[in-house]
Design a binder for this molecule. Structure first.
Ligand code: GLC
Length: 535
């Protein structure tokens, strides 16, 4: 049955948002790459899952050097994914299914195939076209050394500068195919505000802002000294003015923002969430937090404390297309996430990881604010070991081959166990290989299994939608044994998560709504298990 999204202006304060990595979601045209047709066909699945909105990773024209985060034209959908007309249909059909659409804008850089960058290359040194980027002469007697020593966001050992044939260098915090824009230039600001309007006009409800804390650069482009303040390219004060203008555009359409803001300092992070800036930002501190009771509690408490003064709701994120999948990470000895320490072959216990991921799902969905769910998380997909000769991620290549990169969390989804390629698309081999045993995780198998991860998410999301106490609002900690996290949400929802070796007693309650795993024979909550109660 068609349901249009509730016209609630505050929907984003409590929403569950499902991240669609289009390339790996579902292949509608059978060429091995996921596409908008594939998403349209699966809208009933997404609506049935009980999420409120879909965040789509970039679907624009792109050479796909960085999976679409290298945008050649914001006003064209990449032919691998579909057309603008099809995106409009998708947005409209999603709305009919009660799902809002969030798109992804990548303001820090464009593709080297973007018209602006091609024009800048052609126009040569000193041209106005080059002022849209950061072109500089090199250092050294012949300009053979890069203009500064900034480290790449893809690897501390990779350079952020590439020299062009006429001798100038251009800045790219990510891959060489992703030249950084000059945000001090008014045309760059104008263009992005136009792009926002272009997509808001087409019915999107929100925008995810990629690398949101990196846009502004110290105009002198000085060398980087660890600890220097202000940082030459991270979290500079100029950014807030940019986002205030963006907010004014969004307000015309009731659009909302979620910023990709990786910042260790909670106070600096919260500045992006002031009432006239971004509505929300991803909570990467929680995502990176190890599966340890004190660390989790501290992360939750500091998240709530940092959001409160600016009046913004928190977001709860366990994984996305850039990080190790939850099930695998929680099954490792080191259960935290850190880009700097990723390596090939880290052992993981899938049963342990799955048990913890189930508990983490109930924990994060009971916390105050909005929650994000990355495609395949509801299927409990593990991180895959992609054969080295099939790796595609520039993060792997920029590291000189030491970082496994992010392909392992981007494997095409398994939909139907009995079909070729587990139903991702029936005709061509998927762009990244699905590992052996992938079909065992297929959605159709899990839908029929009351003990599956999919059934857990399904039930949890239904309860969250229909019951009181979820989403935005206060949280009160309950006294609990060591290693146990317990809190209540008004009026009568309690969530208890046991991370201790010993089973714990449940607080007195009127109803057990949902448990992430079986209780013991005395009705106690075992280790790495979570429960929702009415108290
Ligand atoms: C963000 C994206 C990531 C991309 C990078 C460069 O971190 O999430 O996938 O590689 O920005 O655009």
């Amino acid at each position: 049955m068609a349901v249009t999204p509730a016209p609630d202006a505050d929907w984003w304060r409590s929403a569950v948002i499902y991240q669609v990595y289009v390339r790996s979601f579902a292949d509608g045209d059978g060429d091995g790459t996921g596409d908008l047709a594939g998403v349209r066909a699966r809208l009933p699945y997404l609506a049935g899952l009980g999420v409120d909105a879909l965040w789509f990773t970039p679907w624009y024209l792109s050479p796909l050097v960085d999976g679409g985060y290298d945008v050649a034209d914001y006003r064209t959908v990449d032919p691998a994914f579909g057309t603008v007309a099809e995106a409009e249909k998708l947005i409209a059909e999603a709305t009919e299914h009660g799902l809002r659409t969030i798109i992804d804008i990548v303001p820090n850089h464009v593709s080297d195939q973007h018209a602006w960058f091609r024009a800048a290359l052609a126009a040569g040194p000193g041209s106005p076209e080059r002022e849209l980027f950061h072109f500089r002469p090199g250092r050294g007697p012949h300009g053979e050394l890069p203009p500064n020593d900034w480290p790449s966001q893809f690897s501390p050992t990779a350079s952020t500068w590439t020299r062009v044939p006429d001798g100038e260098w251009y800045l790219h915090l990510f891959a060489p195919e992703q030249p950084d824009l000059n945000w001090a230039h008014p045309a760059v600001r104008r263009e992005h505000e136009d792009v926002l309007r272009y997509w808001f006009e087409r019915g999107v409800a929100g925008v995810r802002i990629d690398s949101a804390a990196l846009l502004a650069k110290d105009p002198a482009l000085p060398d980087f000294t660890e600890g220097v303040d202000p940082h030459p390219f991270v979290d500079r004060d100029e950014l807030h003015d940019i986002y205030r203008s963006w907010r004014a555009v969004a307000d015309e359409y009731d659009g909302v923002f979620v910023g990709e803001v990786w910042l260790p300092d909670p106070e600096r992070f919260a500045r992006y969430l002031r009432p006239d800036e971004l509505h929300t930002a991803f909570n990467f501190a929680f995502l990176s937090c190890p599966w340890e009771p004190a660390a989790l509690r501290a992360s939750i408490a500091s998240t709530l404390a940092e959001h409160a003064p600016v009046g913004a709701p928190a977001t709860w994120v366990l994984c996305n297309h850039d990080v190790t999948r939850t099930v695998t990470r929680y099954g490792r000895e080191d259960t935290g996430f850190d880009f700097a320490t990723k390596e090939f072959g880290t052992p993981s216990d899938p049963a342990l990881g799955t048990r913890r991921a189930r508990a983490a799902a109930l924990l994060s969905l009971a916390l105050p604010g909005a929650a994000y769910l990355y495609q395949g998380e509801e299927l409990g997909l593990p991180e895959a070991d992609v054969p080295r000769d099939r790796l595609q991620d520039p993060m792997h290549f920029r590291s000189g081959g030491t970082d496994p990169g992010r392909d392992g969390c981007r494997i095409p989804l398994p939909w139907t166990a009995a079909e070729p390629y587990a139903g991702f698309g029936s005709h061509a081999e998927p762009w990244l290989p699905q590992p052996a045993g992938w079909a065992a995780h297929a959605a159709d198998v899990q839908a029929a299994d009351p003990a599956s991860m999919l059934t857990l998410y399904h039930t949890a999301l239904r309860l969250r939608r229909t019951g009181a106490g979820f989403g935005d609002g206060p949280l009160t900690w309950l006294p609990a044994a060591d290693g146990v996290l317990a809190f209540v949400r008004e009026p009568d929802l309690a969530c208890v998560v046991n991370l201790a070796a010993e089973p714990c007693e449940l607080p007195s309650h009127t109803r057990l709504l949902l448990a992430s795993g079986p209780l013991d024979d005395r009705g106690r909550l075992p280790q790495d298990t979570a429960v929702w109660l009415r108290v």
